[in-house]
Ligand binder design. Structure first.
Ligand code: MSP
Length: 698
C-alpha cells in the first residue's frame, strides 16, 4: 500500500432512472478537479463515483419500460460510465450497487447494526415518496413530499427499523465538535435544526417490492435503498470482504476525506449516514460538502422538469475543458448557479480564447520567431513592471491554493485570471513586437526579459489551473517544452523555475474562438437529441412516476368538472391514474369529496412565451409564470390560438400534475380549457377581474 498521505473523495452515486445531464456532470467535475489537484500535491488519491441502481423507483421504471430491472439499469449505468470516460474524468473506481461486492458489504453492515442492537422489527404505516425514496413522517394520505412536492403514497408494511432516535445527542455532539463535518455553514445549521427538532426511528427495509438487497436471513425484506446506497462509500473500498487485500484497502482509505453532494441529499448524508456509522462503530467521514443546483431556465435542471442539457452537446462543440471551466468559474460553489449556452460561449471567448489562449499563443510564437524557439535569458536589470508580475504570480499561487482548499473554485480561478489579464496587459504595454524591430543590445535584452516574464507567468497559471482544465493545460505545457504536466509537483510551484533555453514545442491554438453559430448549433443539437432521446427507459421514468404518484388521485377532469386542453395523445400515465382513481374508495356514484378536489392544485399563470412545436400542428409550447416558477407547458391548442396572441394572457394551470413528454418537450402541467363540440375545440379558462399570477383556485 502507498505510504503517502491519502485523500479519498466521492460523488453521490447517480440514480439510473434517467440519462446523465450536466447537473450530474457538475458534481463529478468538481470532484475530478479536486482529485487531480490532490494528486498533483503528492497525495495518494482515491476518487470514487458510481450508480445507485436499486429501489422502488427504478423497479417501476423498468416495469414501465417492459424490461427486467437488471437490463434496464445496465443500460443507463453504462451511459454514465461512458460519459465519464469520454470526459476523461479521473475516477479510480466506479461502483454499481448491483455488484456482488456491494451487496456483500451492505449485508455485512446490516448484520453489524443488528448485532450492535440498533435494528428491531416493527411496522410502518405512513407516507412514502417514491421519487426521493423518502419516508415522510407525520403526514396524511396524499400529502406532498417535503423535498419534491410530489404526492406521497401510503405504505403499510412490516419493516426493520433503525434506532435513529437514539442518535440525536451523538449527532449534535458530532456537529458541534467537528464544525467542518458539514459544509457550508448554512447546511450545517439546517441539519442541526432538523436533528434538534427530534428524530424518529427509520424504517430500513421494504417488503412490497423486490428490487433490492435482501435482509440477511429474512429475504422477504429488501434493505432500504438509502442504507444500500450510502454504504457504497465503504463497500467500494473493501468493507465486507474477507480478502486481506480488501481489508487493508478499507483501513487505508476509510474514512473519506470528502463526500461531495448536491444540497437536496444533505439529510441522508449528514444525519442518516453518520448515524449508521456511529451505530456500527465505524469511523466517520471527515467532511460532507454540499453544493447548490445548476439551474436552467430558472429552475433546477432535472429530468422530471424536462429542462436538462446534456454534456455531450458541449463536448461535441467546445470540448470538455470549456464546460469544466465554466462550471467552476461561473458558479459560486455552494450556491445555485445558472447555465446558459450564451454565458458558456461568452466565458469561453473572454477567459479561454482571448485570455489564456491569447497569452499562450502570442508568448510562444514570439519566442519561436525572435529566439529560435528557445526560452530567452532574462536581463538582470528588471524593471518595476517585470517585478510586479513576479510578485503577483507568487501571490496568485498562494491565493489560488487557499481558495481551492476552501472549495472556492470561482475565486481561485478569478485570481488566476487576474494574473492572465495582468500579463496580457504587460505584453501590450511593453510591445515586444516593437522591441524586436529596434536595433541594439538593450532592446534585445528587454525583449528577452518581457518574453521570459510572460512565459514564466504562463507556466505558473498553466500548472495552477491544470486540475480544472486538464486537456488544454497539458497541451500548453507541451508547447512550453516542459513535457508531461502529470508529473509536475504542484507543491514546488514558485516564480522563476522556467529553465532558460527550454526548447518550446510547436505552437498551436488551444482555444479557437466560438461565435453565435456555436450557440445555435448547441441549441439545435439539444432540441434534436431530446426528440430522439425519448427512448424507453427515459419515457418510462416519467410514466412510472406518474402512475405511482397519481394513483389514488382523482382524474383531473373529473375533479374540476372542466375540460383540460390535454395534449392530443393523452398519456398512459394519465389514463392509468384515471383507472387507478376509479378504484379508490373516495369515488362513489361519480362523486368525489372536497378533499379529492383539493388535491388538484389550480393556479393562475401568465403566458410569457408561446410558440408552435415543429412537426406537430396541434401543439403549442408555452412558458407560463405561475408565481413561484416558470413552467414549460405543451398543449394541443395550436389550432384554436395564435401563439403571439397568448403572450401576456392569464390562464389557469393544473400545477401538480406529473410532467409528461410530448415531441421531446416536457409538459410541466396542464392548461385548463372548456372543450366544445365533437372536435373538442379548446377555449381557455380566464377571469373577468384582474388576478395576480400564482393565485390558487379553490
Ligand atoms: N442516488 C442518490 C444519491 C445516493 S448517494 C449515496 C441521488 N441520485 S441523483 O441521480 O438524483 O443524483 C443526485 C446528485 O446529482 C445530486 O446530489 C447532485 O450532486 C447531482 N445533480 C443532479 N441534478 C443537479 C443539478 N441540477 N444541479 C447540480 N447538481 C445536480 O440523489
Amino acid at each position: 500500500m502507498d505510504r503517502r498521505e491519502k485523500f479519498y473523495i466521492t460523488t453521490p452515486i447517480y440514480y439510473v432512472n434517467a440519462h446523465p445531464h450536466i447537473g450530474h456532470t457538475y458534481t463529478t467535475i468538481v470532484c475530478d478537479a479536486i482529485a487531480r489537484r490532490q494528486r498533483m500535491m503528492g497525495m495518494d488519491t482515491f476518487f470514487l463515483t458510481g450508480t445507485d441502481e436499486h429501489g422502488q423507483k427504478i423497479e417501476r421504471s423498468a416495469n414501465a419500460a417492459g424490461c427486467s430491472p437488471q437490463k434496464f439499469v445496465d443500460k443507463i449505468a453504462a451511459e454514465f460510465r461512458q460519459l465519464w470516460d469520454r470526459m476523461k474524468l479521473s475516477y479510480d473506481d466506479f461502483i454499481r450497487t448491483t455488484e456482488p461486492r456491494h451487496a456483500r458489504g451492505v449485508q455485512a453492515l446490516f448484520t453489524r447494526l443488528q448485532e450492535k442492537g440498533y435494528i428491531y422489527k416493527g411496522s410502518y404505516s405512513g407516507q412514502y415518496c417514491v421519487f426521493d425514496e423518502l419516508y415522510v413522517d407525520a403526514a396524511g394520505p396524499g400529502a406532498p413530499c417535503p423535498e419534491c412536492g410530489r404526492p406521497t403514497e401510503t405504505v403499510h408494511e412490516e419493516n426493520y427499523f433503525f434506532k435513529l432516535s437514539a442518535m440525536e445527542d451523538r449527532l449534535l455532539k458530532l456537529y458541534n465538535e467537528q464544525p467542518d463535518f458539514i459544509r457550508p455553514e448554512t447546511r450545517r445549521n439546517e441539519v442541526m435544526a432538523f436533528v434538534r427538532s427530534g428524530l424518529r426511528d427509520l424504517s430500513v427495509s421494504r417488503t412490497t417490492f423486490k428490487w433490492g438487497i435482501p435482509v440477511p436471513g429474512d429475504p422477504k425484506h429488501v434493505i432500504y435503498v438509502w442504507l444500500d446506497a450510502l454504504a457504497n462509500y465503504i463497500t467500494a473500498i473493501g468493507f465486507g470482504s474477507d480478502d486481506p487485500k480488501d481489508k487493508k484497502k478499507f483501513e487505508h482509505y476509510w474514512p473519506a476525506d470528502v463526500h461531495m453532494i448536491g444540497k437536496e441529499i444533505v439529510r441522508f448524508h449528514c444525519v442518516y449516514w453518520p448515524a449508521f456509522l456511529l451505530a456500527a462503530e465505524l469511523p466517520l467521514p471527515k467532511s460532507i460538502v454540499a453544493h447548490g443546483w445548476l439551474l436552467f431556465e430558472e429552475s433546477k435542471m432535472s429530468k422530471s422538469r424536462g429542462n436538462i442539457v446534456r454534456s455531450e452537446t458541449i463536448l461535441d462543440t467546445l470540448g470538455a475543458d470549456p464546460l469544466r471551466y465554466f462550471l467552476l468559474r461561473e458558479i459560486v460553489f455552494g450556491s445555485d448557479g445558472s447555465f446558459s449556452f450564451d454565458a458558456l460561449v461568452q466565458r469561453f471567448n473572454a477567459d479561454l480564447a482571448n485570455g489564456l489562449g491569447n497569452l499562450s499563443s502570442r508568448t510562444l510564437s514570439m519566442i519561436a520567431r525572435y529566439f529560435e524557439g528557445e526560452v530567452p535569458y532574462p536581463s538582470k536589470e528588471h524593471m518595476a513592471d517585470d517585478q510586479a508580475i513576479a510578485t503577483l504570480a507568487d501571490d496568485t499561487i498562494e491565493a489560488f491554493h487557499a481558495h481551492f482548499e476552501q472549495f472556492q473554485f470561482s475565486r481561485a480561478l478569478e485570481t488566476a485570471w487576474a494574473l492572465v489579464s495582468a500579463v496580457n496587459k504587460y505584453i501590450v504595454e511593453n510591445e515586444p513586437w516593437t522591441l524586436a524591430e529596434k536595433p541594439g543590445q538593450d532592446a534585445r535584452a528587454r525583449l528577452a526579459t518581457v518574453l521570459y516574464t510572460s512565459a514564466e507567468a504562463l507556466r505558473v497559471v498553466t500548472a495552477l489551473v491544470h486540475p480544472v482544465i486538464p486537456e488544454s493545460t497539458a497541451r500548453i505545457w507541451q508547447q512550453l517544452g516542459l513535457g508531461d504536466i502529470g508529473k509536475f509537483d504542484l507543491r514546488q510551484l514558485r516564480w522563476g523555475q522556467l529553465p532558460i533555453a527550454t526548447k518550446v514545442g510547436k505552437v498551436e491554438p488551444v482555444f479557437p474562438r466560438a461565435d453565435n453559430s456555436t450557440i445555435q448549433r448547441m441549441q439545435q443539437m439539444e432540441q434534436e437529441r431530446s426528440t430522439v432521446s425519448e427512448t424507453k427507459p427515459a419515457t418510462a421514468e416519467v410514466q412510472a412516476a406518474g402512475t405511482a404518484a397519481q394513483a389514488g388521485q382523482p382524474a383531473a377532469q373529473a375533479a374540476t368538472g372542466s375540460a383540460f386542453a390535454a395534449p392530443a395523445d393523452i398519456s398512459a400515465s394519465v389514463l392509468a391514474a384515471a383507472e387507478a382513481s376509479s378504484a379508490q374508495p373516495t369515488v362513489s356514484n361519480n362523486k368525489i369529496t372536497i378533499d379529492d378536489f383539493l388535491k388538484v392544485e389550480l393556479r393562475v399563470g401568465e403566458v410569457k412565451v408561446a410558440e408552435r412545436v415543429k412537426g406537430a400542428d396541434k401543439l403549442l409550447r408555452m412558458e407560463v409564470d405561475i408565481g413561484s416558477e416558470v413552467r414549460q407547458i405543451v398543449a394541443g391548442i395550436a389550432k384554436a390560438y395564435e401563439p403571439e396572441k397568448l403572450i401576456g394572457r392569464k390562464v389557469v394551470i393544473v400545477a401538480n400534475l406529473q410532467p409528461r413528454k410530448l415531441r421531446g418537450l416536457e409538459s410541466q402541467g396542464m392548461i385548463v380549457a372548456a372543450s366544445l363540440g365533437d372536435e373538442g375545440q379548446p377555449v381557455l379558462a380566464g377571469f373577468l377581474e384582474d388576478v395576480p399570477v400564482g393565485a390558487k383556485l379553490k
